[in-house]
Design a protein around this ligand. Sequence first.
Ligand SMILES: Nc1ncnc2c1ncn2[C@@H]1O[C@H](COP(=O)(O)OP(=O)(O)OP(=O)(O)O)[C@@H](O)[C@H]1O
Ligand SMILES: Cc1cn([C@H]2C[C@H](O)[C@@H](COP(=O)(O)O)O2)c(=O)[nH]c1=O
Length: 213
Amino acid sequence: MAGLLITFEGPDGAGKTSALTELVPRLQQIVRRPIVVTREPGGNPISEAIRQIILDPKNTAMDKRTEALLYAAARRQHIVEKIRPALAADKMVLCDRFVDSSLAYQGAGRDIGVTAVGKMNKFATEQLAPDLTLYLDVPSELGLQRIAAHRQSQNDRLDQEALSFHQKVRGEYLALVKQYPQRIKTIDATQSLEQVIAACQTVITTTYRDWFN
Ligand SMILES: Nc1ncnc2c1ncn2[C@@H]1O[C@H](COP(=O)(O)OP(=O)(O)OP(=O)(O)O)[C@@H](O)[C@H]1O
Ligand SMILES: Cc1cn([C@H]2C[C@H](O)[C@@H](COP(=O)(O)O)O2)c(=O)[nH]c1=O
């Protein structure tokens, strides 16, 4: 498999989606091979349908292991339908969230345990791992403030969790950064959006120089 899987991670409100939206057209101007942009949970009809169920604020009865299994199920379908075919066709895949989100949110945030969630995801992914992960770091308070300030619709079920949940999530992300320093590069997402985009672009283009003009 000669493609590249680059994932974007971070607490809610870190700015992943905003940064990706601006970054993609800039990379497309200089990249030598096609880019596929996708997200989790989602990226194909089955996984987007699972996303609706997971994030629906009405689903307050959802058990935490059910939630973890649904994220993993959505991921499995996403890998089979979209990620693996794109990598096999030598494309660069930019994915908004991947397994690290499950480790941080379900493993730590929901207290299921990072090891247990990791094992479940190995089954789902058959060990497919990102080549590079950009971790956009913000204090949980700031991320939640951004979401509240720009809210256009009702918060999803995860956004509605208490600050302490989001702090556990961030704590696990910071632990993952220490555990995988080669793969995960931290971007200071308290900077302006333009600075965040520029930092992401620099990490990607300097790490994979031969992919760019
Ligand atoms: N660097 C930034 N400075 C100030 N505001 C920002 C910055 N980045 C994003 N925002 C704003 O914060 C809000 C959340 O951004 P965005 O949806 O991109 O975050 P996200 O990481 O994708 O969050 P989530 O995971 O919850 O979807 C948006 O309204 C966006 O305009
Ligand atoms: C992949 C994944 C995501 N989550 C959480 C993180 C967010 O709160 C939502 C996804 O919404 P976004 O606006 O697209 O960021 O789901 C999770 O808990 N576990 C996961 O594996």
